[in-house]
Design a protein around this ligand. Structure first.
Ligand SMILES: [Zn+2]
Length: 145
């Protein structure tokens, strides 16, 4: 690696830089590593889910194109399947974006702060839901809108 590039690489954010909520114990190396693995496996899982959903959709569209003379009930159920597959793919895409966003923050050392109020999200919440980019109160406010 040329020296200029090596200078440009930022060292991994120290574990002590990851924020915790008031009263929580600081993060340990193991806990941080667990979160990293969790985020990575979320990303891989969602990518796969999207592929599967897209393959499923392609099949359904193909079936639909030669649907002449089929029982209308069959056509109806395949439209239903198509809607199902589409919302599945949509959900997976949203979750993938969330996971990627959380992972970017993680890598840049900005993980664990609420993107709305800037307060620590809290270790308890992140360990249950590593993709969280908002604290509980901001999330609840968001959902009420
Ligand atoms: Zn917040």
């Amino acid at each position: 690696m040329p020296p200029a590039q090596r200078r440009g690489t930022t060292p991994k954010a120290p574990v002590s830089a990851f924020p915790v909520a008031a009263g929580e114990d600081p993060w340990t190396e193991d806990e941080i590593e667990e979160i990293r693995q969790e985020l990575l496996s979320d990303i891989r899982r969602m990518e796969r889910a999207i592929e599967v959903a897209q393959a499923g959709l392609a099949d359904l569209f193909e079936e639909g194109s030669d649907g002449a003379g089929r029982d209308p009930a069959d056509v109806g159920s395949s439209n239903f399947e198509r809607d199902q597959e589409m919302s599945l793919a949509q959900n997976a895409r949203e979750m993938l974006e969330q996971a990627q966003q959380a992972y970017r923050l993680f890598e840049s050392g900005h993980y664990g702060l609420c993107e709305i109020c800037g307060e620590p999200i809290g270790k308890d919440r992140l360990q249950v839901f590593p993709r969280a980019t908002m604290c509980v109160s901001c999330k609840q406010r968001e959902e009420r809108r």
